[in-house]
Structures are given as C-alpha cells and as structure tokens.
Ligand binder design. Structure first.
Ligand SMILES: Nc1ncnc2c1ncn2[C@@H]1O[C@H](COP(=O)(O)OP(=O)(O)OP(=O)(O)O)[C@@H](O)[C@H]1O
Ligand SMILES: [Mg+2]
Length: 210
C-alpha cells in the first residue's frame, strides 16, 4: 500500500476486477435481488478509473475521497452509498498523512466497516457485505499485530472474506432487497459480500505483485 501512487494502482486494479466480475455479481443478485449489483458496481468503478489519470499529485486522502464521491453519485442502489461511506471513512483516517502505514491499514478497514454498519443499520449475520468485511478486518488486524508482511496479511484477510461469502449461503437475509425473500434467501450467496471479497482479494494480489 504505502504511497498515493501505489494506492492509485491498487484502486485501478480494483476497478478492473469489479468490471471483470460484472456478470458474475449481477448473476448473484438475480435470485435474491434485482440483478443490478454487478452493473451498478462496474458503472461506479468505470467512473473511478476515468478519474485516476488526472490524480497524479493527489494525496491518499483525496484519492479515497474521490472514489467515495464517484461511488455515491454513480452506483446507486443500496451498495453505492454503503461503499461510498466505506471509502469516505477511509479517507478521513488518512487526513494529513502522506503514506499509508501498517496501523493505518487496520484503522482504514475498521472505520470503513463501521461506516457501512452505521449507514446500513446492519451487523454481522444479516447476509450482507458485512459478512465479508467484518471477518476480513478482524484477520487483517490480528495479522498486522502479529507482524505479518502486508501482502500476507491481506491474503489471510481475503481468505476470511471468502469464508464470510460462503457463510452468507447458509443464512437468511434480514437487510436490503434479499430480506423480502425471508427463508427463501437461504442457499444463495450474497452479491455485496462477494464484491467485498473481490476488492480485498485484489488488494492482496496487487500487494504480492500478482
Ligand atoms: N443495510 C445493509 N447493510 C449492509 N449491506 C447491505 C445492506 N443492504 C444491502 N446491502 C448489500 O448491498 C447488496 C445489494 O446491492 P445492490 O447494488 O444490488 O443494491 P440493491 O439492493 O439493488 O439496492 P436497491 O434495492 O436500493 O435498488 C447486498 O448484496 C448486500 O450485501
Ligand atoms: Mg440489486
């Protein structure tokens, strides 16, 4: 992570991954939502990617804030404001700081996740993106505290996020559109948890040079 330049590359890679997974995320949203999650997210991250080339001299704070604003204004649905809040909270953590340090990484994920929970009035176990974000954040915190290299910490966090995604298949949705299905939501994988996993996995891959 580190400098604004490397954050910019990571954000660009996240954009590519979301755009690549547009159909997959939309397919997941078909049985328990309104088939727009992949479309919404790809639209938002296309705008983010368009803005990046003009952001060479921007701070980490401004980069994260620009992502937040682009997502809030273009993604729409439930996930736009939620992901927007996550990136906005992350930008606040980085106010006045030049580089993202190891402790900042933990604070960014804690604040972003709490931001989603507050904005969504949601918590773990409701079949939402929080089921990926919360375990990933906990793993990231533990790995960084234990002195793991950042790339390794993110690989472990991505594994926890993926376990969270699997867990969403086993539970009833009590938030968002999927909650209208009640018990019939069991067996389906949550699209928002999946996009959160994709984002964290992309950070892990970018940090390990892959
Ligand atoms: N209250 C919430 N807290 C956290 N995450 C939520 C909440 N509501 C929905 N989500 C997440 O948003 C995802 C759906 O995002 P999507 O972009 O498809 O919005 P939507 O449900 O279609 O929104 P709308 O119903 O407003 O059109 C879900 O899979 C879930 O992970
Ligand atoms: Mg939807």
């Amino acid at each position: 992570m580190g400098s604004a330049q490397s954050l910019k590359r990571i954000i660009d890679a996240i954009g590519d991954a979301i755009i690549e997974n547009k159909e997959y995320l939309t397919d997941l949203d078909r049985p328990i939502g309104d088939s727009d999650h992949g479309f919404n997210m790809a639209k938002g991250f296309s705008v983010v990617k368009q803005k990046l080339p003009d952001m060479d001299n921007e701070s980490v704070e401004n980069l994260l804030k620009t992502v937040a604003m682009a997502l809030i204004s273009t993604v729409g649905g439930a996930s736009g404001p939620l992901y927007g809040t996550a990136f906005l909270q992350a930008s606040k953590v980085m106010k006045g700081k030049d580089e993202i340090g190891r402790e900042d990484v933990v604070a960014i994920f804690e604040e972003a996740t709490q931001g989603v929970a507050k904005r969504g009035k949601s918590h773990q176990g409701e079949k939402t993106m929080l089921d990926a974000l919360i375990p990933a954040t906990e793993t990231l915190k533990a790995e960084i505290a234990a002195g793991a290299p950042l790339a390794e910490a993110f690989e472990k966090a991505a594994q926890s996020a993926l376990e969270g995604v699997e867990y969403t298949k086993t539970i009833i949705a009590t938030k968002g559109r999927a909650s209208y299905l009640g018990e019939r939501s069991i067996g389906h994988q949550d699209p928002g948890a999946t996009s959160s996993y994709i984002i964290i996995d992309t950070v892990a891959k970018a940090l390990s040079g892959g």
